[in-house]
Design a binder for this molecule. Structure first.
Ligand code: NAD
Ligand code: LMR
Length: 326
C-alpha cells in the first residue's frame, strides 16, 4: 500500500469542489492505488457548509480516502501538502470579464502563497483555478519564497479540452482523434486556441477546416465558452472545471501518454518569444512528475498576432496588481 498523498483544496465548500473532492477521493486524479488525505480550506462563514460536504465524503466510504482535515486557517490546511488546488475565489457573473475579479481575488493569493511557503512540502505542486487564474498564480508565486516557481501553475486545461471537442465535432471525429491543439496565453477571452499544429486521425487539422470557421466560430467559441456557460446555467462552469483540474494534475504527476501534448499555464521562460514574467498557456508534456514546454511548434503569422494579444493582456493584468507582487 502506498503512503497517502496530502492534497489541499481551497474553496472546498464551493461548486467546483463539490465535484472535485469526490473525484480526487475516488482515485481519478492520482490513480486507483494511491491513498489521499484531503486538507480542506474555507472561509469561516462557509465552515458549516463544508461540514456537510465532509459528511457526504464520509458517506461514500471511499477506500482511498485516508483522512480529511478542515480548517479556515491556511497554515493548517496547507501543512505538509504535496499538492495544492487553489479553487477558493469569487466567480464572475454575467457581463464581467475574469480580470474584473482581480481586485477581489488577487489578495487571497498573497496570504496563501506565504502560508504554502511556510508549511507545505517544499516540492508542493500547485494549480491555481480561481480567476483570473494566470495572474493569481503569478501573485502566489511572487509571495511564496522557497517554493520552486516552476511548481506553481495555472489552469488552461479546460480551454484545451474545449478546443479538442469543438474541433472534433466540426470534422465529425471524436476528441480522442485530436492531437496537439494548444490554448496559448491567458485563461480569458484573449486566449488563442491554435489548431495549426493539430492533427485529427493523423491529418493536418488546418486542411480540414477553413479560415472563416477558425476566425468566426472556433476561436470565439472557445474564448467565450465560460461566458456562454454562465449565460445558460446562471453559474460558472463547475464539473468541467473540476474535470480539467483532475486532468492537469494527473498528467503532471502520472505523465502524459506517448505523443500526448496538453496545455498548462506555466511561468513563461522565453519559449515562443514570450519573455519571463507571466503565467502563460503553453504546450507541455509531463514525465516523472515534471512538465516540459514543448519546443518547435509552428507559429505562423496568423497565430503570432493572437499570441501577442493574449501576452499583452497578461502584462496589463500584471501591471494592475504590481503592489501584490511582493
Ligand atoms: P464558488 O463561489 O461556488 O466557490 C468558491 C468557494 O471559495 C466558496 O465556498 C468561498 O467561500 C470560498 N472562498 C472564498 N475565498 C476563500 C479563501 N480566501 N480561502 C478559501 N476559500 C475561499 O465558486 P466556484 O464556481 O467553485 O469557482 C471558484 C473559482 O474558480 C472562481 O474564481 C471561478 O471563476 C474559477 N474558475 C476557474 C476556471 C479555470 O478554468 N481556471 C474554471 C471555472 C471556474
Ligand atoms: C470558465 O472558463 O468556465 C471559468 O473560467 C469560469 C468563467 O468565469 O468563465
Amino acid at each position: 500500500m502506498k503512503a497517502p498523498v496530502r492534497v489541499a483544496v481551497t474553496g472546498a465548500a464551493g461548486q467546483i469542489s463539490y465535484s472535485l473532492l469526490f473525484r480526487i477521493a475516488s482515485g481519478d486524479m492520482l490513480g486507483k492505488d494511491q491513498p489521499v488525505i484531503l486538507q480542506l480550506l474555507e472561509i469561516e462563514p462557509a465552515m458549516n457548509a463544508l461540514k456537510g460536504v465532509i459528511m457526504e465524503l464520509d458517506d461514500c466510504a471511499f477506500p482511498l480516502l485516508h483522512g480529511v482535515v478542515a480548517s479556515h486557517d491556511p497554515m493548517v490546511a496547507f501543512k505538509d501538502a504535496d499538492i495544492a488546488l487553489l479553487v477558493g475565489a469569487r466567480p464572475r457573473s454575467k457581463g464581467m470579464e475574469r480580470k474584473d475579479l482581480l481586485e477581489s481575488n488577487g489578495a487571497i493569493f498573497t496570504g496563501q502563497g506565504k502560508a504554502l511557503a511556510a508549511v507545505a512540502n517544499k516540492n508542493v505542486k500547485v494549480l491555481v483555478v480561481g480567476n483570473p487564474a494566470n495572474t493569481n498564480a503569478l501573485i502566489l508565486s511572487k509571495n511564496a519564497p522557497g517554493l520552486n516557481p516552476k511548481n506553481i501553475t495555472s489552469m488552461m486545461r479546460l480551454d484545451h479540452n474545449r478546443a479538442m471537442t469543438q474541433l472534433a465535432n466540426k470534422v465529425g471525429a471524436h476528441s480522442t482523434d485530436v492531437k496537439d491543439v494548444v490554448a496559448w496565453g491567458n485563461h480569458s477571452s484573449t486566449q488563442y486556441p491554435d489548431i495549426f499544429n493539430a492533427t485529427v486521425k493523423g491529418k493536418k487539422a488546418s486542411e480540414l477546416v477553413d479560415e472563416n470557421w477558425l476566425v468566426n466560430d472556433f476561436i470565439p467559441t472557445v474564448q467565450k465558452r465560460g461566458a456562454a456557460i454562465i449565460e445558460a446555467r446562471g453559474l460558472s462552469s463547475a464539473a468541467s472545471a473540476a474535470n480539467a483540474a483532475i486532468d492537469h494534475i494527473r498528467s503532471w504527476v502520472l505523465g502524459t501518454a506517448e505523443g500526448e501534448v496538453v496545455t498548462m499555464g506555466v511561468p513563461s521562460d522565453g519559449s515562443y518569444g514570450i519573455p519571463e514574467g507571466v503565467m502563460f498557456g503553453y504546450p507541455c508534456t509531463c514525465k516523472n512528475g515534471e512538465y516540459t514546454v514543448v519546443q518547435g511548434f509552428e507559429i505562423n503569422e496568423f497565430s503570432r498576432k493572437y499570441i501577442d494579444i493574449t501576452y499583452k493582456e497578461l502584462c496589463e493584468e500584471r501591471d494592475s496588481i504590481k503592489h501584490l507582487l511582493g
